[in-house]
Design a protein around this ligand. Structure first.
Ligand code: FMN
Length: 178
């Protein structure tokens, strides 16, 4: 698959088969995600992968909305995307580098997450990024260290549905050339 085909055919998938995504496949996906660009190459994004069904179900039912709970329960694994705090967007002396302050850490986590999802797609693994969740509760459930912050969940698995691409805005709407 070439890059444009990968970008165009990746879809958010919310129904998965029972086939397990192996630890080896996840390692290959994370190796590709590690190549994502990051603020001063700080590489703050981390992936905590939950295979444990009991923990996955607890997150689904107690830390998100029913719509996402169904997706998580269908997925063979759940990835808790988190970041190392106080690095991205910061100078060495602890001050902010720009007026966007620490929002660069969300930017980097987004870049890394999309790279993760595209790499997964190349390996036949489907995914959906989920932002609607109780971040504090998930952090507690996965025993996230104090120096890290929860950002998003990514449900992964082999697809049991092939959704159409939701309508996109036209290039005319998106592009301004000066
Ligand atoms: C930051 C972010 C948060 C999202 N949160 C959710 C979510 O909580 N639940 C969900 O089902 N999809 C979620 N999505 C997936 C979007 O709905 C999806 O990407 C969009 O509808 C376009 O569809 P596509 O990914 O198939 O192109 C999220 C996507 C992003 C990038």
């Amino acid at each position: 698959m070439n890059t444009i085909e990968c970008i165009n055919t990746r879809r958010s998938v919310r129904k998965f088969t029972e086939q397990e995504v192996t630890k080896e496949t996840i390692e290959k996906i994370v190796a590709a995600a590690a190549m994502a660009p990051s603020w001063k190459n700080t590489q703050i994004t981390r992936y905590t992968v939950i295979f444990d069904k009991e923990l996955k179900d607890k997150i689904a039912t107690e830390a998100t909305i029913p719509f996402n709970a169904n997706t998580i329960q269908s997925a063979t694994a759940l990835v808790a995307v988190n970041v190392v705090k106080k690095r991205c967007g910061y100078e060495r002396d602890g001050s902010f580098s720009t007026t966007k302050e620490d929002s660069w850490q969300m930017f980097d986590a987004g870049v890394a997450s999309q790279t993760f999802c595209l790499a997964a797609h190349e390996y036949g693994v489907s995914s959906v990024i989920m932002g609607i969740l109780d971040y504090e509760k998930v952090a507690e459930m996965i025993e996230l260290p104090e120096e890290r912050e929860m950002v998003a969940l990514i449900a992964i698995g082999y697809p049991a549905e092939s959704p159409e691409a939701p309508k996109r805005k036209s290039v005319e709407d998106l592009l301004t050339i000066l």
